[in-house]
Write a protein that binds this ligand. Structure first.
Ligand code: PMM
Length: 280
């Protein structure tokens, strides 16, 4: 992004007036919010282009649901789903991130034009991931995660969730740097909803400056997640969680985060317009 003159994205470490919006395109039958809607490449590309036009600087393409208990998808099937979408969006000049835990998918997506690897396991699920990040030179989002790769249950036991997540993210950074990933390429994400209770999510969201203080750009992915269900009719469609999501987005912007991973880009973008208008 930064040092690549062809990249449509500013550097993660550049001083931005507002956070980057990462629009979500799940090419999956079973994601909790948009599963099944964009299984066909044409529909997924059209949706990504729409999100880009609505104000997303990055489109995050995923082919494997990461909701708790989801069944792992073979890498070949994941690639069949995502690669045409990554290529189709990249051809349109859109910055794409590939949401994958598989090094082979990250590599294939890089060849198809992806600019960012977004690994919800932060490199833990696939021992080859850090090397792919280093060799491709793509930006790498390391998300906080604890599932051990088996989706065998959620380990939400923390002595102090903020201190533990900080330390575990720092361990991810150390591994990535060891593998040769450049520090300028690393983006951290506290992994809202990944091995965390609602209270633990709130504890992290209420301490974003402490996560920024690790020294890397911070991405937040709270969009439509289950812990927001308490603010709306619990039986309502997940899109009803867009107002609570936008509120978090504005407060996260106020806390200086680098990016926001969201389903509803138009609402996020107008919420950030209002936030910007209110800056002194
Ligand atoms: N959440 C999901 C998937 N990918 N990536 C990052 N970096 N951060 C997240 O919080 C995150 C993610 C799960 O949500 P989805 O099913 O709506 O994609």
């Amino acid at each position: 992004m930064s040092d690549d003159p062809e990249s449509p994205l500013p550097a993660p470490h550049a001083r931005l007036s507002r956070p980057q919006i990462m629009g979500i395109v799940n090419v999956t039958p079973d994601s909790f919010s948009d599963g099944g809607r964009y299984l066909h490449a044409d529909a997924a590309i059209a949706h990504g282009a729409e999100l880009s036009a609505a104000g997303a600087q990055i489109i995050d393409v995923g082919g494997e649901s990461t909701r708790p208990g989801a069944v792992r998808v073979p890498a070949a099937e994941e690639q069949r789903r995502v690669l045409p979408v990554v290529a189709g969006l990249a051809e349109r000049g859109i910055a794409v991130s590939i949401d994958t835990m598989n090094a082979s998918t990250a590599l294939a997506a890089a060849e198809a034009g992806a600019a960012i690897i977004n690994d919800v396991s932060g490199g833990l699920a696939d021992g080859g991931m850090a090397r792919v990040a280093a060799e491709t030179g793509l930006h790498f989002v390391a998300n906080h995660w604890r599932d051990g790769g088996a989706n065998s249950g959620v380990d939400a036991h923390y002595a102090n969730v903020l201190a533990d997540v900080r330390r575990e993210l720092e361990e991810r950074v150390a591994d990535l740097l060891d593998a040769g990933v450049s520090a300028e390429r690393i983006i951290l994400d506290p992994g809202i909803g990944f091995a965390k209770t609602a209270d633990q999510n709130w504890e992290l969201l209420s301490h974003l400056p402490s996560l920024n203080a690790i020294g890397y750009p911070v991405l937040i992915g709270a969009s439509r997640k289950r812990f927001l269900g308490t603010f709306v009719d619990p039986l309502a469609p997940t899109a009803d969680r867009d107002a609570p999501t936008a509120t978090i987005s504005v407060l996260a912007a106020q806390s200086g985060v680098w990016g926001l991973r969201v389903h509803n880009v138009a609402v996020t973008s107008s919420a950030l317009d209002v936030w910007e208008a209110m800056q002194p």
